[in-house]
Write a protein that binds this ligand. Structure first.
Ligand code: AVJ
Length: 320
């Protein structure tokens, strides 16, 4: 059957307003920071895809291998009739879960949930053609704001993969897990993919690959700001640096101003001063340990039922 028309919780004007507010607040703060969601324009999504193919970037392959090995167990344990995937993108990894749930004989419906309507429409149409018996019911939304609006079908498995959870600061993570718990009833479950704390050199290599793809990906956010806010930021006047924050156990991704400069955003009537060497943090990627993640989930009322790992990366199946 053809994919259902998307349920839309997010309109483009609200995203633009949010960007304006975030730039005022984040570039006005000290140290300067910006939320990572703005990295993913069309070019950013392309570059991210390229990152996942860099030899240093192990999480994508690690997660795919764990899913290939354990999707059947996850499907059996969940008995899911509806699979929801948050931040689904084009995700080919979803196929491993869909196939396992199809083999398990329980699956009726797939709900891909993403901020990008175009990516969502393509993915939904492709899946609806490949799996004609599946109801594909896409939802356009921001997982930081619209989780409580997810359709309430029985026996849902909500997948949140790619260690995207690690992109959120701890308070935002707690809020997201609470929203997830609120939408997770008895018979529902949650499948989380998380990257684990490991050797710092490997972590830094993964976030500063030799080919410079990660650097290009992070610097591209300046092009996004210039386009969306009439800015005159020059990407050549910044360099990229990845740094391990040992206390918070996260990789910080920083743009470093190479000169003393003023960047203007005409649409905001805003001037932002950067001292030479000043940093703008455009992304952080938190790394997890099992006890810490279990504690965060427990605080939201969720319990880890299964834990699959290769030592570098983990899949956690959790429920209320
Ligand atoms: C998509 C957030 C999981 O943190 O590993 C990869 C994003 N940024 N390289 C990550 C990312 C730079 C990625 N997540």
């Amino acid at each position: 059957m053809p994919a259902l028309p998307p349920v839309v919780h997010l309109d483009p004007t609200s995203l633009a307003t949010q960007l304006a507010d975030d730039v005022r607040a984040g570039l006005g703060a000290s140290p300067k920071r910006l939320a990572p969601k703005y990295l993913y324009d069309a070019r950013g999504s392309e570059l991210f895809d390229e990152i996942t193919r860099q030899p240093e970037y192990y999480p994508t392959d690690a997660e795919r291998a764990l899913l290939a090995a354990h999707a059947d167990e996850a499907a059996d344990a969940s008995g899911a009739r509806t699979l929801v995937e948050l931040g689904s993108g084009t995700s080919e990894k979803t196929r491993l879960l869909l196939d396992a749930l199809t083999r398990g004989g329980t699956l009726e419906r797939f709900v891909p949930f993403d901020v990008d309507p175009a990516v969502l429409a393509d993915a939904a149409a492709a899946l609806a053609t490949e799996l004609p018996d599946l109801e594909v019911a896409p939802v356009v939304g921001d997982f930081e704001r619209h989780l409580r609006l997810l359709p309430r079908h029985p026996a849902r498995l909500v997948a949140f993969l790619g260690s995207t959870l690690g992109n959120l600061e701890p308070p935002a993570r707690a809020a997201l897990l609470a929203d997830l718990a609120a939408t997770t009833g008895p018979g529902d479950s949650l499948l989380l993919g998380v990257d684990l704390v490991k050797d710092v050199d490997r972590l830094l290599a993964a976030y500063d690959d030799a080919a410079g793809v990660t650097a290009a990906f992070e610097l591209n956010v300046l092009t996004v700001l210039d386009r969306e806010l009439g800015g005159d930021a020059d990407p050549d006047a910044f360099t990229y640096r990845a740094r391990w924050d040992a206390e918070r156990e996260r990789v910080d991704m920083l743009l470093v101003s190479t000169v003393d400069q003023v960047v203007r955003f005409a649409a905001l009537d805003l001037e932002v001063h950067f001292a030479a060497g000043e940093e703008l943090r455009v992304e952080s990627s938190a790394k997890f340990r099992r006890p810490g993640l279990e504690a965060e989930l427990a605080a939201a009322g969720l319990v880890v039922q299964r834990w699959w790992t290769d030592g570098d990366y983990a899949l956690a199946l959790a429920g209320p």
